[in-house]
Design a protein around this ligand. Structure first.
Ligand code: R5P
Length: 320
């Protein structure tokens, strides 16, 4: 494969797309809205990096361009928030990579979309998890993601049938981070599903934790019932996999605030924070909002590059 390949016409960083190829057997390709994290990952994994060049035509269609010669192994790194347009970009990238010589495509999607609809809750509803998972499996050979929202379908490979389908936990990164931020935090999971993450972080660092119960009545309506515990004067950290509307964390915060804790912070893997979610959390009394860089967001405080690089290298060079 040629070194120093240049793709002209890219806004922002014209010039060398593949500056120095340290390793000819694999290339990691990043997409515009996940470029910084993808570059960090390529550096951590010691894999050469290139940009996917994307242009949006005025009518909303996408033009995509990859380096014109690819190695056999390609890693596409794109996180899948705002999924409808990103899935089209991914389809274009995977098919183009195959046309350009890629024989094996790994997708690193730290946030994996369309995981919540894992069954038809009402007659006639699309089971989106299965449909999108099957589509992905036609484009890629392997998948690495983080804290994927698996509920009734327990294994990632049953949602996205590729091999391997690796679902990493950000909990080790989170427990190290919290240990640096707070002396003796009290972790609270806002619903039963969050127990897996809260309990793992607490176990790693010997933190106290408890888990609340949540009832959801609609996209924006939830009720969170807190268990009895001594919250007063504690530094509380609400931990969840994803914050979308932020209603779950907001309700939990309003409930906790009545017990006069020393502080309430929020830590999530996936910072969707749609609309005014962050402002509402601040108004409810949250002092820190922290997230991993699984989705680029102003609250990003934890990088997942090492976690992802380790998974990638173990999978490419399995230890026996
Ligand atoms: C649900 O089970 C998830 O773990 C999150 O609690 C949920 O997706 C958060 O959604 P929202 O921020 O819209 O309340």
């Amino acid at each position: 494969m040629a070194t120093g390949l240049k793709l002209p016409g890219q806004s922002g960083d014209k010039g060398a797309v593949l500056s120095s190829l340290l390793n000819d057997d694999c290339l990691l390709i990043g997409f515009p809205d996940y470029r910084e994290a993808a570059q960090r990952l390529a550096t951590a994994a010691g894999i050469p990096y290139a940009n996917a060049l994307i242009h949006h035509f005025p009518d909303g269609e996408t033009r995509l361009r990859l380096p014109d010669s690819l190695p056999e192994s390609v890693v596409l790194c794109q996180t899948l928030d705002h999924p409808n347009s990103k899935l089209v970009e991914l389809a274009l990238a995977a098919a183009t990579a195959r046309n350009l010589g890629a024989k094996h495509i790994t997708l690193i999607a730290p946030y994996l979309c369309y995981m919540r609809q894992d069954k038809a809750f009402h007659p006639g509803e699309a089971v989106s998890q299965h449909i999108i998972g099957t589509l992905l499996s036609q484009w890629i050979d392997a998948l690495i993601t983080v804290d994927s929202h698996l509920h009734r379908v327990h294994q990632l490979k049953d949602a996205v049938p590729v091999n391997p389908a690796i679902n990493l936990n950000a909990t080790t990164v989170m427990s190290a981070f919290l240990g640096e931020q707070l002396d003796n935090p009290f972790l609270v999971g806002p619903d039963e599903e969050s127990k897996q993450w809260v309990a793992a972080i607490a176990r790693d660092s010997d933190f106290d934790y408890c888990v609340a119960r949540k009832e959801r009545f609609g996209d924006q309506q939830v009720r969170v019932s807190l268990p009895k515990a001594d919250y007063r004067n504690r530094d509380i950290v609400l931990v969840d996999d994803v914050a979308s509307t932020g209603r779950t964390l907001e309700e939990a915060t309003l409930g906790l605030a009545r017990f006069e804790p020393a502080s309430i912070s929020v830590l999530v893997t996936h910072a969707l924070f749609v609309g005014d979610a962050q402002e509402r959390l601040r108004r409810a009394g949250v002092s820190h909002i922290w997230s991993t860089d699984a989705i680029p967001h102003s609250s990003n405080a934890l990088h997942l590059d090492r976690l992802l690089a380790e998974a990638l290298s173990e999978y490419r060079y399995p230890r026996r």
